[in-house]
Design a protein around this ligand. Structure first.
Ligand SMILES: CC(C)(COP(=O)(O)OP(=O)(O)OC[C@H]1O[C@@H](n2cnc3c(N)ncnc32)[C@H](O)[C@@H]1OP(=O)(O)O)[C@@H](O)C(=O)NCCC(=O)NCCS
Length: 194
């Protein structure tokens, strides 16, 4: 496999979900540049050099390290019909803050290119990463938070079976304002009773 071919971790009917190597920085940057207005309003403050290849090269190296250490899994959505080494980035889905011991929990995050919305791609990706979390990773509880007015995000989570658990006041600093977030979670499926 050429060194710039990303390792595919998961597949879904229409997507490869992959950790991208540092060589993929330009593709991730192109995705974020095309989605500044779409992702910015729901994202925490970004570093000054966020929109540079240099920042993304180092961030992708950090993603690999975080995954190696079992701290976080940040995957990119790539169309299955495109070669892995050149497929455009359609979005991202992540499990971060992976906690072991008596918690076995993590935080789910996701974002999709504005031009790829309305096709069920994110629901497909979230289903795949949740199955992986509850299966091979042995996670018990996946938490996801969203702004109250983020109805598309709420719909994805509802579709996957996440339940609302409350409202966290002033949870995240976005664009200089502390913003309330709706708390939701999905629990690992229980084995069928015998
Ligand atoms: C949140 C976000 C990922 C949702 O995108 P989305 O396209 O609505 O979600 P999906 O890809 O799962 O697509 C679902 C839509 O496709 C439709 N659809 C079409 N084919 C489908 C299929 N095969 N399966 C499921 N849904 C399908 C659904 O009916 C739904 O459309 P609707 O909203 O008109 O009912 C996107 O809006 C986004 O990136 N927002 C900005 C970032 C963000 O908010 N992230 C979350 C922060 S908490």
């Amino acid at each position: 496999m050429p060194s710039d071919t990303p390792p595919v971790l998961l597949t879904s009917p229409r997507l490869n979900l992959a950790l991208l190597p540092p060589d993929g920085a330009a593709r991730v940057l192109a995705y974020h540049e095309a989605n500044r207005d779409h992702l910015g309003p729901v994202s925490p403050a970004r570093p000054d050099n966020f929109f540079t290849v240099t920042w993304w090269r180092s961030r992708l190296a950090q993603d690999a390290e975080d995954w190696r250490r079992g701290l976080a899994l940040r995957l990119f959505l790539l169309p299955r019909e495109s070669p892995l080494s050149s497929a455009p980035v359609l979005g991202s889905v992540s499990l971060t803050d992976i906690r072991r011991g008596p918690l076995q929990s993590c935080e789910l995050g996701f974002g999709l290119d504005h031009r790829a919305q309305g096709q069920g791609l994110m629901s497909e990706a979230v289903r795949a990463i949740c199955d992986y979390a509850f299966g091979l990773l042995g996670i018990h509880r996946i938490q996801a938070n969203h702004l109250p007015e983020n109805h598309r995000s709420a719909a994805v989570l509802r579709r996957l079976g996440f339940l609302e658990e409350g409202l966290a006041r002033e949870l995240v600093l976005i664009d200089g304002r502390w913003r309330d977030h709706v708390l939701t979670a999905l629990l690992a499926p229980r084995p069928p009773a015998k």
